[in-house]
Design a binder for this molecule. Structure first.
Ligand code: C5P
Length: 482
């Protein structure tokens, strides 16, 4: 939907002026620019949603919900008939900081969604808002104390964690993020986070210097690597008088992010996905092996991002130290042959993503006994070619609808990746430049080109988690729009 269509759908320019509290010239400027300002998107998304029109809250791109027989978009209808049947249970953790007062608005919005909201208010959070005001909005007791006999009698802290479909930490202070990234469990909030099996969404809010501090950034990276999602922080004027990134995300943006993470709400619900990740180890003898430097970070991040959208993901992983992503079935393998067998066992699948750095060769005749160092010449190893998992899946009888491979090239990245796409028979290739000054193996960032049948697009250097998110968005677009 373009900007003119959106304005029409919202009732014309005057209605948009009222909605956003701006004058006529502002709306003309938006039309000229072809985009709304960032702050306005959530309000527009909300207003469109109220009219049964579903768009991506970040881009306002049309989600093209297929119309039903009644002419109503399917998701609007499912809302009307009260789907999903189970009321989502949200555990909201409010930690310290001036933004805590905005959590009250967030509780109201969550209740508007029809969600059940249970709140843990930390000691820091209670400096800014009271348990009474929280309870008045949540309609439930506010939980504050790990060692309260009354709290434990009413709702044990483990049940508090386990009953949740989603844990939202908003605002999340730098201290809260530091504590949960290191697995502390010294108060009710951190204990609940450690004990929950539910997906976790963090909305940080803090002074811009605290957010930019390498310690906070490192904690953010740790939390993201464990599959925890983030929304915000936004940039702008801060209550502390400074300007920069650190503002709590708009409550409606938090709602939008939370909605996508609720079970049964993801856009890849019901889709079966195979992801390969990490290196393979090819034995030389009973104690030695040939390996490569793949960390599995990219493949694991992709598996986590797809699972967050509700896909049923089988992650076939070579030996890595990356933690298993939440809600993903991990099959641990060692050799390329094991990886092929496990990958074929995961078919049929709707989507396959081969991100593993599979060894090209295996050592022929590798046995269980250790090769002995003798006075003579070193042993001569004979190699045989390993099976190509990506090519095998691409030509398989049960070929998934979308098959994605990776390419690591040092020169002429796009030309080689295009050739690889044709040679392997896959649909897309994510190609990265592994030239001398482009660290990829083991790094937290990646710069890739997506090669499809219709050409190549360049994604600037970003975290591997963001690459995973972009790839997931591209897959959703491909799968749902055909
Ligand atoms: O041929 P090359 O190793 O450059 O191809 C890389 C792509 O092929 C990656 O997606 C990788 O996961 C996949 N591959 C595979 N099996 C192999 C070799 C590579 O699936 N034996």
């Amino acid at each position: 939907m373009n900007i003119d269509d959106i304005i029409d759908q919202l009732g014309g320019a005057a209605a948009v002026q009222t909605l956003l509290g701006v004058g006529p010239s502002a709306v003309s400027n938006y039309r000229l620019r072809g985009a709304f300002p960032e702050y306005a998107r959530v309000r527009i998304w909300q207003a469109l949603k109220a009219r049964g029109i579903h768009v991506n809250p970040e881009t306002l791109a049309d989600l093209d919900t297929p119309p039903t027989a009644s002419g109503q978009p399917a998701s609007a209808l499912s809302h009307a008939v009260g789907m999903p049947q189970k009321t989502p249970q949200i555990l909201l953790i409010i930690s310290g900081g001036i933004a805590a007062y905005k959590a009250l608005e967030l509780i109201r919005r969550m209740k508007d969604q029809g969600w059940a909201v249970r709140v843990i208010l930390t000691k820091g959070g209670a400096q800014f808002i009271t348990p009474l005001s929280v309870s008045a909005l949540s309609g439930d007791k506010t939980y504050t104390d790990l060692f309260s006999l009354t709290d434990e009698a009413e709702m044990g802290h483990i049940r508090l964690a386990r009953d949740a479909d989603l844990v939202v930490i908003a605002p999340a202070s730098a201290n809260m993020m530091a504590r949960i990234s290191h697995g502390m469990a010294d108060d009710l909030a951190s204990t609940a986070v450690l004990a929950t099996g539910a997906p976790i969404l963090i909305a940080p809010a803090m002074n811009p210097f605290m957010w930019a501090n390498p310690a906070t950034q490192a904690n953010t990276a740790i939390l993201k690597s464990r599959g925890i999602s983030f929304v915000g922080p936004d940039s702008g004027d801060m209550a502390c008088g400074e300007d920069g990134a650190g503002r709590l995300a708009d409550p409606m943006a938090i709602i939008a992010a939370a909605e996508r993470m609720l079970p049964g709400q993801g856009k890849l619900q019901g889709k079966q996905v195979l992801v390969t990740s990490g290196p393979t180890h090819e034995p030389i003898d009973g104690v030695r092996y040939i390996a490569n430097r793949s960390s599995g970070k990219q493949g694991h991040a992709i598996a986590a991002a797809l699972a967050r959208e509700g896909a049923k993901v089988t992650l076939v992983s070579g030996p890595v130290t990356e933690p298993p992503p939440p809600s993903v079935q991990v099959v641990a393998v060692t050799t390329a042959q094991d990886m092929l067998d496990a990958s074929l066992a995961a078919l049929p699948a709707d989507i396959a993503i081969c991100a593993a750095a599979v060894a090209d060769w295996a050592v022929d005749g590798a046995g269980a006994s250790k090769l002995k160092k003798t006075d003579g010449a070193p042993p001569e190893l004979q190699f045989r070619e390993n099976p190509d998992i990506l090519a095998t899946i691409s030509t398989h009888q049960q070929r998934p609808k979308l098959v994605v491979g990776f390419a690591a090239e040092t020169d002429d990245v796009i030309a080689y990746a295009k050739a690889k796409r044709a040679r392997k028979g896959c649909d897309w290739i994510l190609a990265n430049d592994v030239g001398q000054d482009q660290p990829v193996f083991g790094a937290d960032e990646n710069e890739v080109h997506l090669i499809t049948a219709s050409g190549a697009s360049h994604w600037p250097r970003m975290s591997k988690h963001d690459v995973a998110k972009y790839l997931t968005d591209a897959i959703i677009k491909e799968i749902t729009h055909g």
